[in-house]
Write a protein that binds this ligand. Structure first.
Ligand SMILES: Cc1cc2nc3c(=O)[nH]c(=O)nc-3n(C[C@H](O)[C@H](O)[C@H](O)COP(=O)(O)O)c2cc1C
Length: 317
């Protein structure tokens, strides 16, 4: 079993320490482990050109990106495709995963595995389980989108998240070493990853705390008021991470639970069929745009030509 760790915090910092502990646990069980820290790589920002999608739609035989030869992203993504398990950690900045990790993750569109599979670029989606570790100085209150933000980046790669850990109260460099319980939890996460990947796909279970989060599907702790989807589907409330739909229901114990609607799994993003529906939505947008090209083109030109005075110029570009 090959397990890869992806760190994005300070070198030798709190999140790297927990990642290493999780990887050591995997190694002790017999896994071949390795890790990278994104600070050691050059990752350009996705520029939104959609070249990767156009390549797939035109029947391209390999994943493509205009930056393919210009930075390190493809090298890392290709390695990730060979893995059995991936453990991702990021420090929390402004309630969310640090932007260096998000910039990396947003380059993942050329490797949307269900799409690659459908187009015959890969024979089958790699079977990869995943663990997530968010690291922050505060409690959940100041890390409210940290694990949720990491989890949101796992769908495109069909990474099966089986455990997540929110490490709290570590602002200072090395502070996590004052928290043996967090080191132990990271070790448990590593063991859980190993056990999950040793279990056949389909029989795996959520390995984290049973009561973690509100969503019974992805265990995210972020439920929002639902709004009508592009095709009319509407749930009273939705998990903002996986898209499960349902409502809060008060149990006999007086506690509220997020209970799935009858069709509540119909938009869950972990399911490639639901991602296909989203692809239909995107195709529909492109179709509408294509049909209205004559109307849109002059407006594109008009707005491009409008010169708003620049607030300032970069000194570094
Ligand atoms: C720019 C910046 C923003 C931060 N924002 C948050 C935050 O919103 N919530 C939080 O809990 N910690 C926040 N922190 C603290 C870091 O998450 C914390 O220091 C963490 O231990 C860093 O992990 P590392 O040692 O692996 O780099 C922030 C730190 C920095 C540098």
């Amino acid at each position: 079993m090959k397990v890869m760790g992806i760190a994005s915090g300070r070198k030798g910092g709190n999140s790297e320490a927990l990642l290493k502990e999780a990887l050591l646990a995997c190694q002790e069980k017999g896994a071949e482990v390795s890790m990278i820290n994104l600070h050691d790589f050059n990752i350009l920002h996705c520029n939104g050109c959609e070249g990767c999608m156009i390549n797939i739609m035109k029947g391209g035989k390999d994943p493509f990106c205009v930056y393919k030869e210009k930075d390190d992203y493809f090298m890392i993504a290709e390695k990730m495709m060979e893995m059995d398990a991936i453990i991702i950690t990021a420090p929390t900045y402004d309630l969310m995963p640090a932007s260096i990790y998000l910039a990396f993750a947003h380059r993942g569109l050329p490797f949307e595995v269900s799409l690659l599979e459908k187009q015959g670029i890969i024979d089958e989606a790699p079977d990869r389980v995943c663990g997530l570790i968010s690291m922050g100085g505060s409690t959940r209150s100041w890390q409210s989108m940290a694990l949720e933000g990491l989890a949101a980046t796992t769908f495109m790669g069909s990474l099966e998240v089986v455990d997540m850990m929110l490490a709290t109260g570590n602002s200072a460099y090395g502070q996590v070493f004052l928290k043996p319980e967090q080191i132990a939890r990271a070790r448990k996460l590593g063991e859980n990853i190993f056990e999950a990947r040793s279990t056949p796909k389909g029989q795996r279970k959520w390995m984290g705390e049973e009561d973690m989060g509100l969503c019974p599907v992805c265990h995210a702790n972020a439920i929002a008021k639902g709004e009508v989807h592009w095709d009319g589907v509407h749930f009273p409330l939705e998990c903002i991470v996986c898209g499960a739909g349902g409502d809060l229901v008060q149990g006999d114990d007086g506690k509220y639970k997020f209970v799935l609607a009858e069709n509540g799994m119909s938009r869950v993003r972990v399911d490639p069929r639901c991602r296909d529906l989203h692809l239909d939505e995107i195709k529909e947008n492109h179709k509408t745009t294509g049909m209205n090209r004559e109307k849109i083109q002059p407006l594109i030109q008009k707005y491009k030509a409008i010169e708003i005075p620049k607030t300032l110029e970069s000194k570094h570009k």
